[in-house]
Design a protein around this ligand. Structure first.
Ligand SMILES: Cc1cc2nc3c(=O)[nH]c(=O)nc-3n(C[C@H](O)[C@H](O)[C@H](O)COP(=O)(O)OP(=O)(O)OC[C@H]3O[C@@H](n4cnc5c(N)ncnc54)[C@H](O)[C@@H]3O)c2cc1C
Length: 572
């Protein structure tokens, strides 16, 4: 049994990027198109709700900040892999988005004179992260969600799990989804699609991501024929709480926190003499691992050796005012009060710089499909994202793609051709997984093995042997996946089936990530190889593209768009 529904525009995901896109599409269309927003959890449970520290924007031109400075920081932070036309566009749009959210009612943290407050963040040479305490994502998502409810012609599909993007003959046809509350299969026909499905960080075991972030949209786009770009660049945030991996926001260091080794030294003074703790994340993460390897760390559980994040000198008032969530999490999870004790931290998988390839407008190679937010590689972050540039990217490309997709859907008069058989084939695939997966492999064991393999071989430092081992394990897991058991045969709320579908997506993404990393014989940004320790602009100043094939990813490359700054050595 299935149901067929039709909309002009479907938005796949309801995080910051998806909801911002939905609002802009509704504003642009003025009631002329109808819009669907589909999410596998409840709207306010998108992972964006966890964003903590801030959103970068130039708000103080009168006090020395400028678009050029924000753009330069982003390009240098990216280790020169960001497309510079994209960066230039980004820095000019985001300040208006901050004001737009202000008008929609967000409670930005303010200065005494009423102006919007900003705090320092890593790699930025001006304190430009706009904040709402350390719950920025929660307040941004809440404000956008509130705003979206004011628009008619927008249908919300909560707890609908999208299983495929249907493309035939290079043309977008629609989506297939499971209504998780009933188990019923749904064919969603549409003229246009915005993929805003987030990152893929649960490829790793030690991660800041919620368990729902499984890279579904990236994997489905890849299987539908769209290339994934720069997937080998996966960001490790320097301060994941040990042992849970919960993020201790960079705002801890932005507000003045120190990183200390077991001798009580601020070791970042040796690695980044000028910026110290506020160097970019790739650098700070590498420095922490080097300190731990020198024997200057602390022994942690299960190999999770750590360094200390020290906030004590900030004092109780500042911690309670600017970092209340951090204190609450430390007390709840580690029984540590950061007012009196240092926090055990180490690098943790945090952000996908790569994603579905798009042009500067977020448009893909398939007409009618756009991508926004972490699922996209519009190529703003290159090889290393600066903190607070991601929520900003979601707002900017949510707005851009929402407007363009609405214009497109208004122009296209009819829904694309519908061959029901193609949709039914996908339904059969999923039903087959549900009914006939009675093998001997435990999918949760496979997922654990995948994460262990990625933690061990694709971490802060990589090398050929480790990546070859990872690729071998991932390919074995793909074979073993064919023999999994889906024990729960019920239709309604079958999380066992959803986990099986998610695991398939993670396995595809792991294969692309490792393959791209193995071939890229240089170190750039977050891709740091021990066997090729230097950046190689002559051979590798280019983007990786991975195309799906039944035999595994096929790689090709495209140039970086350099408009203003030639690569130079990164010093901080
Ligand atoms: C703990 C943490 C703190 C962070 N703090 C900051 C910060 O302070 N500043 C900053 O700039 N960045 C920060 N980031 C990064 C930033 O929060 C994310 O990159 C950004 O919020 C991603 O938003 P998104 O809209 O692209 O995706 P998400 O918010 O992940 O939303 C994805 C949506 O897609 C839906 N979806 C996915 N798969 C399916 C499927 N198969 N079917 C249906 N729906 C699906 C999900 O349900 C969800 O609604 C932080 C990240 C983490 C992990």
């Amino acid at each position: 049994m299935h149901e067929i529904i039709s909309h002009d525009l479907v938005i796949f995901g309801a995080g910051l990027a998806g909801i911002r896109a939905a609002i802009e599409a509704a504003r642009e269309a003025k009631g002329d198109i109808d819009i669907a927003v589909v999410t596998k959890n409840q709207m306010m449970r998108a992972h964006s709700v966890a964003a903590e520290g801030g959103t970068a924007a130039v708000m103080r031109m009168d006090k020395g900040d400028s678009y050029e400075l924000h753009a330069w920081d982003t390009v240098k932070g990216s280790d020169f892999l960001a497309d510079q036309d994209v960066v230039d566009r980004f820095v000019r749009i985001i300040p208006d988005e901050i004001l737009q959210l202000d008008h929609w009612g967000i409670p930005w943290t303010r200065l005494d004179d009423g102006k919007i407050a900003q705090r320092p963040f890593g790699g930025h040479s001006y304190p430009r992260a706009v904040l709402a305490a350390d719950k920025t994502g929660f307040f941004e998502l809440q404000t956008l969600y509130d705003t979206l409810t004011k628009y008619e012609h927008v249908t919300h599909y909560n707890e609908f799990f999208i299983t495929a993007i249907i493309v035939e003959g290079g043309e977008f046809r629609g989506l297939t989804a499971i209504n998780m509350t009933t188990g019923k299969f749904v064919f969603i026909r549409a003229k246009g699609l915005i993929i805003a499905s987030g990152g893929g960080g649960t490829l790793f075991g030690f991660t800041t991501y919620s368990q729902t972030v499984t890279g579904d949209g990236m994997a489905l786009a890849y299987r539908a024929g769209l290339p994934l770009e720069d997937m080998e660049f996966l960001q490790f945030h320097p301060t994941g709480l040990v042992p849970s991996g919960i993020l201790m926001t960079e705002a801890c260091r932005g507000e003045g926190g120190y990183l200390l080794n077991n001798k009580g030294e601020r070791f970042m003074e040796q690695y980044a003499p000028e910026k110290k703790e506020l160097a970019p994340r790739d650098m700070v993460s590498r420095s922490e691992i080097m300190e731990i390897e020198k024997g200057n760390g602390f022994k942690g559980p299960n190999g999770l050796d750590y360094i200390h994040l020290d906030l004590r000198h900030l004092g109780a008032d500042k911690i309670n005012d600017r970092l209340p969530l951090i204190r609450e999490v430390c007390l709840e999870y580690n029984d540590i009060d950061p007012i009196h004790e240092p926090i055990p931290c180490r690098p943790v998988a945090h952000y996908s710089m790569g994603g579905v390839e798009t042009d500067i407008d977020g448009a893909t190679r398939i007409p009618g499909i756009w991508v926004a937010g972490e699922a996209a590689c519009v190529s703003l972050h290159g090889a290393n994202r600066l903190g607070s540039n991601s929520t900003a990217e979601c707002l900017v490309w949510g707005k851009i793609t929402g407007a363009l997709a609405a214009q497109y859907c208004k122009k296209v008069s009819t829904l694309p051709a519908f061959s029901e058989q193609t949709f039914i084939k996908e339904q059969q695939r999923v039903l087959d997984l549900l009914r006939n997966s009675n093998g001997t492999e435990n999918l949760y064991q496979l997922r654990r093995e995948l994460r262990t393999c990625m933690d061990m071989n694709m971490g802060v430092f990589r090398n050929k042997d480790g990546m070859e081992e990872a690729l071998k394990i991932v390919r074995e897991l793909q074979v073993r996946y064919k023999n999994i058991q889906v024990q729960d045969k019920a239709l309604a709320y079958n999380t066992n089936l959803i986990h099986a579908l998610e695991l398939q997506n993670l396995l595809d993404l792991a294969e692309v990530t490792v393959t791209g990393g193995l071939v890229r014989t240089e170190s750039r940004g977050a891709h740091a190889r021990r066997d090729f320790a230097v950046r190689d602009d002559e051979n590798w100043l280019k983007h990786t593209l991975a195309f799906y094939s039944a035999k595994g990813p096929e790689l090709s490359y495209k140039p970086v768009n350099i408009t203003t700054w030639k690569p130079v050595e990164r010093k901080y």
